[in-house]
Design a binder for this molecule. Sequence first.
Ligand SMILES: C[S@@+](CC[C@H](N)C(=O)[O-])C[C@H]1O[C@@H](n2cnc3c(N)ncnc32)[C@H](O)[C@@H]1O
Length: 420
Amino acid sequence: MDNKNISLIWLICGPSSAGKSTFIQSKKCKEITSLPENTPTIMAHTFQPNQVLNPETILHYNMLQSETLWEKMIGIFSRNGSKKTEFDFEKIPSWTSIKRARADIKAVVLVCSRDTLLKRIKKRKFVEVKGLNKQKLYPKAKWIKMISSVNLELLYRQWCEELKLNGIPFTLVNSETDTYKVIENESEMLNVIKQEKTKYSKAKIKEILKRKVFEYQRIELPYGFYTKGADRSDTRDTIFPDSLDGKSLLDIGCALGYMCFEAEKLGAKKVVGYDLKKKRFEGAKILKDIKGSDVEFHLGDIFTETIEEQFDIVLFLNVIHHLPEPVSALRKLSHLAREKLIIEFPTINDIKFKKTVSSFERSWDEFPFIGVSEINTAKQTFVFTPKAIERILMNHDKLFRKIDFLDSPMDDRKIAICHK
Ligand SMILES: C[S@@+](CC[C@H](N)C(=O)[O-])C[C@H]1O[C@@H](n2cnc3c(N)ncnc32)[C@H](O)[C@@H]1O
């Protein structure tokens, strides 16, 4: 082959917000690539198979680049990183075009932890298009969802394999900070990705989890630890949109704060949780400190607390059937919600409430019916059919514009999404 006309492509790659554009403009980039000033930069998704290339070109390459590829990439996405499905990079059209280009390719892989990526995404306003000068709004919701659920270690490892397979030499660069230290090997790369932003050591968290019982909700902690308790992720996925960017959220009866932490992860700017039980409140505060979270936790009874402020979203999950005065609680929370009140509640089908009626029929659920619980020990009180909730919130007072009732992932429970 005639090598004279072969161009050189420097692939600067990393997931969204790994700092590709900033790195391209840094001294370190010049140092690593030895590229001359004003080397043109092309965005990977605009790359054409027969593109006429300059002798030297920088290619800005997002390893998780295309929205339309979400479905194909789903194998590497799982919130707890348990899915191990291989990811087929061949399915990305721009990648196959790049590989077919008449060019030598070298790469820099920018390595970042999930925490850093998410922090940058939350602050980001614009996305680079075509040249690096034009701007359009950055789709935060999409990227928050992708980055918080991608198995990042697997993605980086497989990407390195893909580069090796294609004979592309690459340099790993730590892009956590703008010192851009070169990473010597892949095991060091994994340490950067897994880097935890907690002031607690692994041993300290282990010791706290051994010493204290955090029952009720399963909450993820640094270094792969988590509290024992119910996995509430199905309800989280039912009630939260892909992003809560800039929203404020109040969680009444938050227990250990699972939904609060998850709302914060999805970009909520102010998150406040209340719980009546001292043990849960103290547990939540310890977990907050371990996670380095900004959620505000309060010990308090919603009936006696004066909450002046309104919140975009108010959560009232699995609390209503513990209250002596549930209707007044519903009214109070309706006034605190600016956009939505979300209630998760047991219905009359729940075994604990069936004896409310002597001959139980499922059709009771069709009526605006309030039942009583047989379980006094767990301080249970009343139970509502969806129709009863609707009557209280929509007919007695027009407190909401509409209510959507969804099946809760918990047996015989429902979720009411009440819209202002
Ligand atoms: C069944 S748990 C539900 C926890 C959480 N919302 C969830 O769905 O995973 C009910 C929680 O509500 C709290 N709670 C009960 N009555 C309350 C009240 N009047 N004010 C604040 N919290 C209350 C309890 O202490 C308990 O932690």
